[in-house]
Design a protein around this ligand. Sequence first.
Ligand code: KG4
Ligand code: ZN
Length: 338
Amino acid sequence: MNVVGIETSCDETAAAVVQDGKKILSSVVATSLKEHRDFGGIIPEIASRRQMEFIQTVVKRSLQKAHLKLKDVDLIATTVSPGLIGSLLVGAAFGRGLAFATKKPFIEVDHIMAHLYANFLGENPPPFPAVGLIVSGGHSALYLVESPTVYRLVGQTRDDAAGECFDKVARLLGLGYPGGPAIEKAAQKGEKGRISFPCAKLKGSYDFSFSGIKTSVLYYLKEHWNKRKVTIADIAYAFQESIVETLVQKTIDLCRQMRIATLLMGGGVSANSFLRKRIREEAQKCNISVFQPPLWLCTDNAAMIGGLGYHLFLQKHHRAYLKKGGRDAYAKRVRYHW
Ligand code: KG4
Ligand code: ZN
């Protein structure tokens, strides 16, 4: 089954053709990122205007690259939430219009669930049950994943998302936008242990809170800048380390508590090499298998939308199915062992 995936939830305009939920025949991503840089964040109006211009060419290009014609397409899957409303509207209206005009089925896909689905693109899908860690520009959350389409939310950020925090701190440090890759690069020259920025632990909960650390960096800069021999690289290192260790600790704790030996990662921040390395190290100690999408599938793309859309269509769901009840409901129902 050939599925055209369409993704326009933020600054990207993306289309991909995915066969049977696993084989990526093509993936095209156009972005208006450069135009947002001077503002230090995404300007929704600019993003959606560019998406209006790009969408038709991007979808056409994805079909050409897959060596397919519209008549060879069996399903159109499009991101409908969450995201910038003007941007989502462009993709959803285009996808629906295309489906209507060509008499093909149309399916709505949830962007966050699709980020986790990036792990299932390929020949060796992860086993279930799994813990899913989503860390993107707009979301940070932990899920119990029962199948490619069934998830339970266990914890989420109470304020800033991890990616949002990277972006805001990068701005404070004058490192530009997007902040995640800029902080990762700066941190490579930083020295461990010169400063530390505490991250809220929120004991007894799988929620996160990242807004405090951003304020700590701000006050540190105000009070100590030019007084101590600490560089921007050292601050970037300390900040990245604190965010990463918080994410790693909560995620591994959840795997251990639920006795789940599979861990999936997704979202833009999961491209961070320090996070990827630290989570693999800690998971190995507990015999947990970690699945991390290749870097280009961590950030926004349409292959993950086409892939998840295929499964939703087969199951006649119209969205990834987020089940009610978190850990307790899950634990009552399933007892898995190592
Ligand atoms: O998933 P994504 O492409 O878009 C959303 O769904 O939000 O994630 C974008 C976020 C941005 O905040 C960006 O700074 C962050 O992912 N990001 C990173 C890295 N690459 C992208 N954060 C840390 N390290 C990276 N290497
Ligand atoms: Zn995303």
